[in-house]
Write a protein that binds this ligand. Structure first.
Ligand code: GDP
Ligand code: MG
Length: 218
């Protein structure tokens, strides 16, 4: 009898223009709070969180954030290669960040090939929209773009936390559905999807230390 710590591990990445709110979104999702972030250093940051789907399946999410590389869209190929899910992030109050989304999507598609990732278009900083006055990308326009490309769309705020959980959940759920339909298969040498880690029930480290296993043998 074994009990899963998690059934699968999915690797997701966040891409989009610098300052749209990618790191804040990740921070909120993994820490449950908004944090003023210091200037990014160049490289890649890594976060993890376990989530449980409606049917009880436990998924460990490995979440990768660019740290500065996105400033010049100079993201290294390996950042993309082992990903199964992509959050395409823009700022609802920054028109240019939305206009660059097709380019980000193309980069991701090209580098993740031959795998077909699950995409979600995520509009950030929803809290800044007061009476629509600061909004530069309408919900309808973003939704139309998402529908046209067959991807999910959601608007969030890492300040209030609205829809942050949901943004990661829609991608996770879709990856899981594609495993169930057989579209995604586990592959050696690809870290987009990995099988889980199981712990024998009743397994107790203290017990092992107190009572060393029998050494008698055949
Ligand atoms: P990144 O470059 O895409 O990782 O963006 P950051 O997460 O570093 O955020 C850039 C700036 O926007 C920071 O000053 C954040 O505090 C701010 N910010 C991020 N998300 C939100 C949000 O949802 N609402 C508001 N009001 N500010 C945000
Ligand atoms: Mg960042």
């Amino acid at each position: 009898m074994v009990e899963p710590i998690f059934n699968y591990q999915f690797r997701l990445i966040l891409i989009g223009d610098s300052t749209v709110g990618k790191s804040s979104l990740l921070k909120y999702f993994t820490d449950g709070k908004f944090a003023e972030l210091s200037d990014p250093t160049v490289g890649v940051d890594f976060f993890a969180r376990l989530i449980e789907l409606k049917d009880g399946t436990k998924i460990k999410l490995q979440l990768w954030d660019t740290a500065g590389q996105e400033r010049f869209r100079s993201i290294t190929k390996s950042y993309y290669r082992n990903s199964v899910g992509v959050l395409l992030v823009y700022d609802v109050c920054n028109r240019a960040s939305f206009e660059h989304i097709p380019q980000w999507m193309m980069d991701a598609r090209r580098h993740i090939e031959p795998h077909r990732p699950v995409f979600a278009l995520v509009g950030c900083k929803l809290d800044l929209v007061t009476n629509g006055s600061r909004r530069e990308v309408s919900k309808e326009e973003a939704r139309a773009f998402a529908d046209q490309h067959g991807v999910h769309h959601i608007e969030t705020s890492a300040k209030t936390g609205i829809n942050v959980e949901e943004a990661f959940r829609i991608v996770t759920q879709e990856v899981y559905s594609r495993i169930q339909t057989g579209e995604y298969k586990l592959e050696d040498g690809w870290d987009g999807i990995k099988t889980g880690f199981y712990k024998p029930s009743g397994f107790d480290f203290n017990l092992i230390e107190a009572e060393p296993a029998e050494t008698s043998c055949c």
